[in-house]
Design a binder for this molecule. Structure first.
Ligand SMILES: CC(C)(COP(=O)(O)OP(=O)(O)OC[C@H]1O[C@@H](n2cnc3c(N)ncnc32)[C@H](O)[C@@H]1OP(=O)(O)O)[C@@H](O)C(=O)NCCC(=O)NCCS
Length: 186
């Protein structure tokens, strides 16, 4: 395999740009190795947008306009145990803390072969959107995700490498996904 180009927050703009999905967008090819995520993009993303269920961001390549990856963002809240709240210095009487969630995230296989770090860049970009949202509109302390270990157990390591930790609540109850969080401000 030839050397992959390393994508970072500093150089990503040279190769890619973000586009918010809208109903006029003609979706060309996208293929990650899990059908459910391909299906989401072509079948559900527009409907979810219209119903205000999820907002999908496309990462497109400058050279071709092709979709290298996407993420769907939603608002969220998570329940934290006392010790988890202590870990994040959150001395509040309520259990539920506001968050923003990555509901879907996927990278096209052809692009994974050419570039390393697209998934990480998408997470960094979601962090940026969450910070902008905090600065100007609405508070969210965590970025959350349900790591889909049913399709690929490796995604747990992927999210851990990107600073997510498993939540006590929901951990083990549903073996298909692991609820995880990343503190935006710690
Ligand atoms: C998971 C996914 C988004 C990762 O995207 P990516 O662009 O390959 O990820 P990155 O290049 O940023 O990887 C960052 C690190 O995580 C590791 N990693 C990425 N995917 C991994 C996997 N499936 N299993 C184990 N490790 C993985 C990489 O090796 C890399 O480690 P390193 O920094 O030590 O070299 C991509 O493989 C994908 O689209 N998978 C199918 C859909 C999916 O599972 N989405 C997540 C559902 S919750």
């Amino acid at each position: 395999m030839r050397q992959r180009v390393n994508i970072t927050s500093k150089n990503a703009h040279l190769h890619f740009y973000f586009e918010k999905l809208n109903s006029e967008k003609v979706l060309t090819s996208f293929n990650c190795h899990i059908n459910e995520y391909n299906y989401y993009l072509f079948q559900d993303a527009i409907r979810s947008l219209k119903d205000h269920i999820a907002k999908t961001w496309l990462l497109c390549e400058h050279k071709t306009g092709n979709i290298a990856g996407y993420m769907a963002l939603i608002m969220d809240s998570i329940k934290l145990s006392l010790s988890e709240k202590e870990l994040h210095n959150l001395d509040y009487p309520f259990k539920t803390i506001p968050a923003m969630k990555i509901a879907k995230l996927a990278v096209d296989l052809n692009f994974s072969e050419k570039y390393k770090g697209i998934g990480t860049f998408l997470i960094d970009s979601a962090m940026g959107i969450a910070t902008d949202c905090n600065d100007d509109y609405c508070a969210a302390r965590f970025l959350t995700v349900d790591a889909d270990i049913e399709h690929d157990e490796g995604v747990l390591a992927f999210y851990q490498k990107n600073g997510f930790i498993p939540n006590a609540e929901l951990y083990n109850k549903n073996r298909k996904t692991i609820s995880m969080r990343k503190d935006i401000y710690q």
